[in-house]
Design a protein around this ligand. Structure first.
Ligand code: SF4
Ligand code: SF4
Length: 355
């Protein structure tokens, strides 16, 4: 039997719901390396509810601190409109302050892992993801134009730094295959615990739309499929219709059948909740989003020979070893570069730009 908590909460007292979540799903964090991953889709204000609210992150960080872990890292890889703006995204949303000094740019260091060859032979995943003992994922209760909802499974898509997210969108080719991609990414390293910010959620044209919804709940589970099934049900959507939940079940990651989920709390569909179109057209037919994706995917680093001193820092620190020195300036292998912007960030001479 899977288990999902649904607990009434507000941002100014969210620590109570977070404590209850840890009581219902005990975790031994003593001496462990813990990664806390909020949903930081892009640089935005907290009141826009595009990202996990800082109050939720702060409550989780303080709870984890008290459990004597060996280390805590708070990080995410923001999506297409904020590649290269990791710090800025955390600062603007208030998540940097809520991280209490544990923030790291997890896009700066990655490991290459095998992937589903139907989409890509390999992907680069933030090292912090693959090497953490425990991952606590903090999704936001939101709709999504491509996957209908973004919850526990979709939050792990941020394990991929840089433009890989857009490239996989492209190689998926259609919404149903994209549903499958997000499960394959999730399955690279299944997170251990999920606490969902459903205090203020989003309906309509998510994941960055204007239709906010006061829900007043915190959800939690140690199983992403069961948790996403509960979120879908609250949104008024039959979880069994969602391809990403079907695939997750096929892979044995969990089950969306409500008969197999013990709900601790009150599970009720939200009245007149506005779903996006179920076929994914909201994103696949949106030319502005498709153009932005293509443009960002095509960006490549170029070093200005008048500024570059040939120090080699960018070559050493490229997370996927895409750079090598050629004559006096570094050059990127376009097949390997994941457009993570790290070389631009770390260049001491501001010689590197992505264009
Ligand atoms: S870090 Fe900057 S200065 Fe150093 S090699 Fe790279 S581009 Fe040149
Ligand atoms: S070349 Fe630059 S942008 Fe490309 S992957 Fe390496 S560090 Fe990132």
């Amino acid at each position: 039997m899977f288990r999902v908590m649904i607990e009434p909460s507000k941002y100014d007292s969210v620590a109570k719901a977070v404590n209850k979540a840890f009581e219902l799903f005990p975790l031994d964090l003593h001496g462990k390396n813990v990664l806390i991953k909020p949903n930081v889709l892009r640089s935005s204000e907290a009141r826009e509810s595009i990202v996990t609210n800082p109050a939720v992150l702060l409550a989780v960080v303080e709870k984890v601190e008290a459990m004597n872990p060996a280390s805590i890292v708070v990080g995410d890889n923001p999506g297409i409109f904020s590649y290269g703006a990791n710090e800025e995204s955390f600062e603007k949303t208030g998540l940097m302050e809520a991280s209490k000094g544990y923030y790291r740019n997890i896009g700066n260091d990655a490991v290459n892992v095998q992937f589903n060859p139907a989409f890509a032979p390999s992907v680069s995943v933030s090292r912090a993801v693959m090497e953490s003992d425990v991952i606590i994922s903090l999704p936001k209760f939101k709709t999504h134009g491509l996957t209908v909802m973004t919850g526990a499974i979709k939050n792990s898509y941020g394990f991929l730094p840089g433009a890989q997210k857009a490239r996989l969108h492209k190689s998926a080719g259609n919404p149903l295959r994209f549903h499958e991609v997000i499960v394959d990414v999730f399955n690279l390293r299944v997170a251990d615990f999920f606490i969902v910010d459903a205090i203020v959620g989003m309906e309509g044209n998510g994941p960055a739309g204007p239709d906010l919804r006061e829900i007043g709940l915190v959800l939690a589970s140690n199983n992403a499929v069961a948790l996403d099934a509960v979120i879908a049900t609250m949104m008024g959507c039959d979880p069994g219709r969602l391809r990403f939940l079907q695939k997750a079940k096929e892979l044995g990651i969990g089950d969306y059948d409500l008969a197999k989920i013990q709900v601790v709390g009150d599970l009720k569909p939200l009245l007149d909740f506005k779903l996006p179109p179920l076929g994914g057209e909201a994103i696949f037919n949106n030319q502005a989003i498709q153009n932005a994706m293509l443009t960002k995917t095509m960006l490549r680093p170029h070093a200005d020979p008048n500024l570059c001193t040939g120090c080699g820092s960018c070559v050493d620190q490229c997370p996927v070893s895409a750079l090598s020195m050629s004559d006096v300036v570094p050059e990127a292998d376009p097949e390997i570069c994941i457009t993570c912007f790290c070389c631009q960030e770390i260049c001491p001479e501001q010689a590197m730009t992505l264009s």
